[in-house]
Design a protein around this ligand. Structure first.
Ligand code: GLY
Length: 349
């Protein structure tokens, strides 16, 4: 199979996203000229490895949101130091969104910026996390609050890695694919997996090119993420990120309905796509979300990075998705109450 290639065009920070079988073996093509060594940051539990002709060491990062911390960044940087990694060398991140986020952030601050190549091994990483240069870790006050924009030199989405990906991880990736469904209006389930990943990467690349540092359109990529991040921060750790995003997308539809931005039919369409077509936001997951205190969720949503002008959401409307600042907390509370009351087992009309 020939690899698909999408360019992310950002001037001197431009890079390709390759999608295909075996592309993880092409690391050496993207290593900076002059690099003498590499650190491979990876989750040792994943059954996918890469190799480079450079002398390299492996830095393990244990999976799980609890490890997405500043302390992990310190551990990585100390390992870089002991290995003698210089600013002209390269970090290679091999893993899911957590690995590419922490390795990307460590690379961004190591000697004030060292090259990184991302080899995402999950569907979520391939369609979203590894592309676009966002890197971050969590603090107890919220998710992804400390980070940097640091574009990789290449993203190598090797489909071989998906052969051993657990079903739940695949479903998580679908949560982000569903997001693109509403951003671009594409029926992404009707095309083969490689074409679907390529199309998602293409949608993301175009948005990032237009708004690298999220001063506008890029925020649309956070569709469903305001409630998702609040659920994750509030302690719904039984919900994986993509599962939380799927719930967040349905809540965003409920809130848009509460604000009279969309009608019931459009809310029903959200449920049909997310629940019936993508098989996400199951009754159990909605029940888990509903077990949180609403004021706690609203507090976390106030701390969202988009919330520079009060509670801020990406919401559907007659002009498609838009960033809506200053949403009245009373409307958010009403929408959450009705979402949690009606969301579980909601009948699709
Ligand atoms: N994952 C959202 C973004 O990259 O902007």
């Amino acid at each position: 199979m020939t690899a698909h290639r999408i360019e992310v065009s950002l001037g001197d920070r431009s890079y390709p996203v390759l999608v295909g079988r075996g592309v993880g073996s092409r690391i050496d093509e993207f290593v900076p000229a002059g690099a003498k060594r590499a650190v491979v940051v990876t989750d040792p539990t994943i059954p996918f490895t890469v190799s480079t002709s450079l002398p390299s060491m492996v830095s393990p990062v244990v999976g799980g949101e609890d490890h997405k911390t500043l302390s992990t960044i310190e551990t990585l940087c100390r390992e870089f130091a002991r290995f003698g990694l210089t600013r002209s060398d390269v970090v290679i991140a091999v893993g899911g969104g957590l690995v590419t986020d922490v390795a990307g952030f460590a690379a961004s601050v190591w000697h004030r910026g060292t090259a990184v190549i991302h080899v995402p091994t999950t569907l979520l990483g391939m369609v979203d996390a590894a592309i676009g240069g966002k890197t971050a870790v969590n603090v107890p006050e919220g998710k992804n609050l400390v980070g940097a924009f640091w574009q990789p030199r290449a993203v190598l989405a090797d489909l071989d890695a998906l052969d051993t990906l657990p079903q739940r991880e695949l479903r998580c990736g679908l949560g982000e694919v569903a997001k693109y469904h509403f951003i671009a209006g594409d029926d992404l389930l009707s095309v083969p997996l490689d074409a679907r990943i390529t199309r998602c990467a293409e949608i993301k690349a175009r948005i990032v090119e237009g708004d690298e540092r999220e001063s506008g359109q890029r925020a649309l990529l956070n569709y469903g993420h305001t409630l998702a991040h609040a659920l994750e921060s509030a302690g719904s750790h039984d919900l994986a990120h993509g599962e939380a995003v799927a719930i967040g997308i349905l809540f965003a539809a409920e809130l848009a309905r509460t604000l009279d931005r969309i009608d019931d039919a459009r809310v029903t369409l959200h449920h049909r796509v997310v629940r019936d077509e993508y098989g996400l936001a199951t009754d159990e997951q909605l029940a888990s979300a509903a077990s949180n205190e609403i004021p706690t969720l609203i507090d976390f949503m106030r701390r969202d990075k988009k919330a520079t002008d009060g509670l801020t959401f990406v919401l559907d409307g007659s002009r498609g998705l838009e960033v809506v600042p200053n949403v009245d907390p009373v409307d958010v509370q009403t929408a959450l109450e009705s979402f949690f009351a009606r969301g579980v087992g909601r009948q699709i009309g």
